[in-house]
Design a protein around this ligand. Structure first.
Ligand SMILES: Cc1cc2nc3c(=O)[nH]c(=O)nc-3n(C[C@H](O)[C@H](O)[C@H](O)COP(=O)(O)O)c2cc1C
Length: 389
């Protein structure tokens, strides 16, 4: 239902975001987007660019008198530092960084200078994703669906969160510059980043994101492209530097026996169904089961390191070392809003698949008909009648 396109380069004039497939009648202002753009700019371990960015979104289509019209939504975000680069003689870059898009993009697209590769592969493009994600998050909120995220680990340091409710984890994390949900792990994470900086190196980590309030029935078991877990995984792996995705306790489950890996289905006295655990991360058979959606994303350490790495000069054909470009040391805290944005996009898209097109009022009425997280006895009876009665 939803289509997202982005265009723009890191040092170009700016980024264009087009989001197509929104309902009409959704109240929307640039402020909704700007709040998320500010979140993307915060984070310990970021490089100098964050200080110059100060992003502002401008809505250029799809909204009239403060409401979406159902037409494609257009958002424009200017690159504030474009003026500084305009007209400057920039020497060609011919030494690819291992782990970046420099070499693969140059070989595929025949670039003589690696700049077009890094200009587009740059994570500056995530400003466009966060803008679109802000709109999706805002849409989901109209249905009572909330999204959050935090840093689970940086390097060797892992936050302990077992005893903290999901939304509390996110609000603790939002209160510190490492987006760490565990006050006891916070300083250890900071040391991990500082150690990497001192070693003139970079460090990666794992982000956890969740969605609460999603009803049963989003996604489908019937076709591979419609499986909600598959859609989430693909969206997460589209984030630059994201190399691993886990839904629920997928990796721990792979080490458990079946009877210990799944979430029992309990019938309460009132006939409602509950799940005492959520190892599945809220998705069974590619369909949301009403429990919180849980996803983890592993980010590799950034490829641009102050310490040179072994490479080759594509101009001279000689072995050489990489040169340093202005860069982050640890991008993990800053990538939390990006992970949340991609989750918001996929869930909004999958929810709209279930609700269809039209006005917000029509969608809200259809939403009210969706199965609730805890199925009632009447519904269980209905199933029995249908399949076995
Ligand atoms: C929020 C964020 C910030 C990033 N910042 C940098 C950076 O400063 N320097 C860098 O080399 N890579 C950075 N990256 C990662 C590169 O964009 C990424 O490694 C590159 O596009 C190659 O893609 P791949 O790592 O997915 O293969 C960042 C990624 C994210 C999500």
């Amino acid at each position: 239902m939803l289509k997202l396109m982005t265009a723009g380069e890191s040092h170009g004039v700016g980024y264009i975001v087009i989001l197509e497939g929104l309902p009409s009648g959704l109240p929307l202002s640039a402020e909704v987007v700007n709040r998320e753009l500010v979140r993307r700019q915060r984070g310990f371990g970021s490089g100098a660019r964050m200080k110059i960015e100060r992003d502002r979104a401008e809505i250029v289509g799809g909204v009239m008198e403060g409401l979406t019209t159902g037409a494609p939504l257009g958002i424009w975000i200017a690159n504030r530092n474009h003026e500084q680069w305009k007209g400057k003689e920039i020497p060609p870059m011919t030494v690819p960084r291992p782990g970046h898009a420099d070499l693969t993009a140059a070989l595929k697209y025949g670039y003589n200078d690696l700049r077009p590769a890094l200009e587009r592969a740059s994570a500056r493009e995530t400003v466009a994703r966060v803008a679109a994600g802000a709109v999706c998050r805002h849409l989901l909120a109209q249905f009572g669906i909330r999204i959050g995220g935090y840093v689970r680990s940086i390097g060797k340091v892992t936050a302990r969160t077992e005893n903290t409710p999901l939304e509390e984890r996110a609000s603790i994390a939002e209160g510190n510059d490492l987006r760490c949900p565990d006050p006891e792990a916070l300083e250890a994470m900071r040391t991990e980043v500082k150690d990497a900086m001192q070693a003139r190196d970079t460090v990666g980590g794992v982000i956890e994101a969740f969605a609460v309030g999603l009803p049963v029935g989003v996604g489908s078991h019937a076709h591979w492209e419609k499986r909600l877990d598959a859609r989430i995984a693909a969206a997460m792996l589209s984030i630059p530097s994201a190399k691993g995705v886990e839904i629920g306790e997928a990796f721990a489950n792979s080490r458990r026996r079946g009877t210990q890996a799944h979430d029992p289905i309990l019938i309460n006295e009132d006939g409602s169904l509950t799940r005492p655990t959520n190892r599945a991360g809220g998705i069974e058979g590619g369909i949301s089961n009403g429990e919180p959606i849980l996803v983890r994303v592993a980010l590799k350490p950034i490829a641009t390191t102050l310490s040179p790495q072994q490479s080759a000069d594509l101009l001279t054909g000689k072995p050489t070392k990489t040169q340093y470009e202005r860069s982050d040391f640890c991008h993990v805290p800053r990538a939390v809003p990006v992970v949340e944005a991609m989750l918001a996009f996929v869930l909004a898209d999958a929810l709209l698949d279930a609700l269809g097109e039209g006005t917000m009022d029509a969608l809200l009425a259809r939403f009210a008909q969706m199965p609730r997280p805890h199925l009632r006895a009447a519904r269980v009876d209905g199933f029995a009648h249908k399949f076995w009665g």
